[in-house]
Design a protein around this ligand. Sequence first.
Ligand code: UDP
Ligand code: MG
Length: 318
Amino acid sequence: MDTVLWIVIPCYNEEAVLPITAPQFLAEVHDLIGKGKISDQSRVLFVNDGSRDGTWEIIKTLAAQDAHYLGICQSRNRGHQNAVLAGLMEAKEHADITISIDCDGQDDITAMEAMVDAYHDGCEIVYGVRSKRETDTFFKRATAQGFYKLMNRMGAEVVYNHADYRLVSARVLREFANFKEVNLFLRGMFPLVGFKSTSVYYERRERLAGESHYPLGKMLALALDGITSLSTKPIRVIMALGCFVALLSFIGVIWAVVAAALGKTVAGWTSMTCIICFVGGVQLICLGVLGEYISKIYLETKARPRYIISERTYQDEP
Ligand code: UDP
Ligand code: MG
């Protein structure tokens, strides 16, 4: 089979886990080559996302050991999404299909075979979906599931329980390259490209070594970024909220006038304070949401590069 597969793996401070998982990725590639599903030209591409530990040295050593391993290095840490994008854009020049996956072994590497099969059946995008999250802590599971529900409520279409483990064909990547935004939320952007897609289910495991880089704070930031990058629904929601509050205020005014006309006015300190506080709070929230969009516009108008590759483990032809 002459389908060239590149596996794209973002790595940030992963020296603990990389020596364990790298051979697993390579074994999977050899397995798929052996079964005649992909070409021997297939590669495992590590994207070092400005790690501060020995990750890049490990990647360089791996690349020297086996021609199937490749590495590119970002000039500094830019975050998971940008690292994946850098790898995918690199791969689209050389590969027919790419599979992006985290380097910590949480996502079932053997699910790649089903993904490649789905591609051979005509799908251009194959989403890896976690069927169970039993190995996640209760907190991680609850917050992650809340994240997907919130995303969908807010109008950002995402595949439930799909993170960034997915097969994408070079054809889709060429179209995807025209999505020029700098605020990246890949799992919400690929469905926008269209083409035939499907899902492959797998069980998510525990991280093999090292620590998660997505604590609650970062996950909330990602959710907020995802929503405000993909959907303008929050603006509609505050519009509706504004109408509702205006209606309430209108009723309040009538009530106040009627009360005054009936001569029942007492020093209405409590109600006054409540109204001022309530309206003030609502206004601040609305301003915050608007500010979020304005800051996005600000970043987009700058159109800064989304990734900068400083080094490669290969020169021209990988
Ligand atoms: N990662 C990255 N840059 C970052 C943070 C994370 O490239 O700034 C990579 C990390 O090495 C891993 C993947 O993104 O391969 C997912 O991170 P992690 O496993 O820590 O997140 P979790 O699975 O806990 O949500
Ligand atoms: Mg992980």
